[in-house]
Design a protein around this ligand. Structure first.
Ligand SMILES: Cc1ncc(COP(=O)(O)O)c(C=O)c1O
Length: 383
């Protein structure tokens, strides 16, 4: 293989400040991790509730390995549909207050499996400009027309909807918490508009699940919209500290996806121990009022202090706190400076975020102590 053009592209990425290199973590996840042999404070992970290394979840996984083995052997529709998968789906449906739930192997696979099953080349998908890449990829796979409306701009969304034929199949899809901006979607307005223009609504609760809502089930719960959002997708890989994803909705939706969703059908079922571990995570989330209260306190405190120091934290209202830098090279330099001071904060650059909006993306977890936050703020002073 001639790699000349690969090398040229890599050099271009490097000189534009958007080259990605992997760093090795040699410890469990937590507020402190061992990164390339050095202990650092971790402000990058989506482990908002500190469950990625939780003893109860680990014990559940180990017990389940003993009882069910490790591999699942086949896809769900052949012989890989094991009791823990069904039990997890029953738990999720109850928790999300929906008729049913279906589990996917990852959030990426859920979005690239749900959208193409529901939409076809005659359909239109209306997608917030800042939606996760997996939503865009799912839409491209569906062959539907992709219309990206400006971020959270309800007037722009209505202008598009107005001109679409009533009979055309339409899906409005939005992250509920935007993964790089940490703000909430205007979901109530989206749902109202969907009703007026006969569109289906799909949400991605990846960063809201476990964090928002009275019982931690997400923004849909926080706003009391359980019966108005048709397709509720979310991940088990962030606040739940596990891996995998779910979609909640009607029984018909579940049945349809089992029959039509290619990333569900043509892949081996998730390991049963993972499903069992996720059931334990769900129990912890259900009883996690105190965790969420403490997380909110950490988040409010950090955001307020960063604001006082003059940093632009954009419209964040969740534990994802962006610090707008704009220039990708500068964002990387700031991240490196922080790392030298023992603090791990990732620089986010295009194409993950739009050009000119490179940023540091801080994530706060419930496990961060006041001293951790002070250490971070002190290090930020020098930037
Ligand atoms: C909004 C959103 N949706 C989907 C995903 C994909 O989920 P997963 O990591 O489980 O594949 C992510 C994160 O990776 C995300 O931030």
């Amino acid at each position: 293989m001639n790699t000349t053009f690969l090398k040229k592209d890599l050099q271009d990425l490097e000189s534009s400040g958007i080259y990605r290199a992997l760093k090795t973590v040699d410890s469990p996840q937590g507020r402190q991790i061992t990164l390339e042999g050095k202990r650092v404070l971790n402000f990058c992970s989506n482990d908002y509730l500190g469950l990625a290394n939780d003893a109860r979840i680990k014990a559940a996984a180990i017990e389940a390995v003993k009882e069910h083995g490790f591999g699942s052997g086949a896809s769900r529709s052949i012989c890989g549909n094991m009791a823990p998968h069904e039990k997890l789906e029953a738990d999720l449906a109850q928790f999300k207050n929906t008729e049913s739930a279906l589990v996917y192997s990852s959030g990426y696979m859920a979005n690239t499996g749900i959208i193409p099953a529901l939409m076809d080349r005659r359909s239109v998908v209306l997608s917030d400009k800042l939606n996760h890449a997996s939503i865009i990829d799912g839409t491209i796979l569906s062959r539907a027309k992709l219309v990206r409306y400006p971020h959270a701009d309800m007037q722009a969304l209505e202008e598009i909807l107005k001109y679409l034929p009533v009979t055309q199949r339409k899906l409005i899809v939005t992250d509920t918490v935007f993964s790089m901006d940490g703000d909430r979607a205007p979901l109530k307005e989206i749902v109202d508009m969907a009703r007026r223009y006969e569109a289906t609504v799909m949400v991605d609760e990846a960063h809201a699940f476990g964090v928002l809502g009275k019982h931690g089930s997400g923004l849909v719960e926080e706003l009391g919209l359980e019966w108005q959002v048709d397709v509720q997708m979310g991940t088990l890989s962030k606040a739940a500290g596990c891996f995998g994803a779910y979609v909640c909705g009607t029984k018909v939706l579940r049945d349809f996806l089992i029959n039509k969703s290619r990333s569900f059908i043509y892949t081996t079922a998730m390991p049963p121990a993972l499903a069992q571990a996720a059931r334990t995570a769900l129990q912890i989330i259900r009883q996690g009022d105190q965790l969420r209260f403490n997380l909110q306190e950490n988040t409010d405190h950090l955001r307020a202090r960063l604001g006082m120091m003059g940093f632009d934290t954009m419209n964040s209202s969740t534990p994802i706190i962006p610090i707008l830098v704009k220039d990708p090279v500068q964002a990387v330099a700031m991240s490196k400076q922080l790392l030298q001071k023992g603090i791990f904060v990732h620089a986010i650059r295009p194409p993950t975020v739009p050009m000119g909006t490179s940023r540091l993306r801080l994530t706060v977890t419930v496990t961060h102590t006041q001293e951790d936050l002070e250490q971070l703020l002190n290090a930020m002073k020098g930037l």
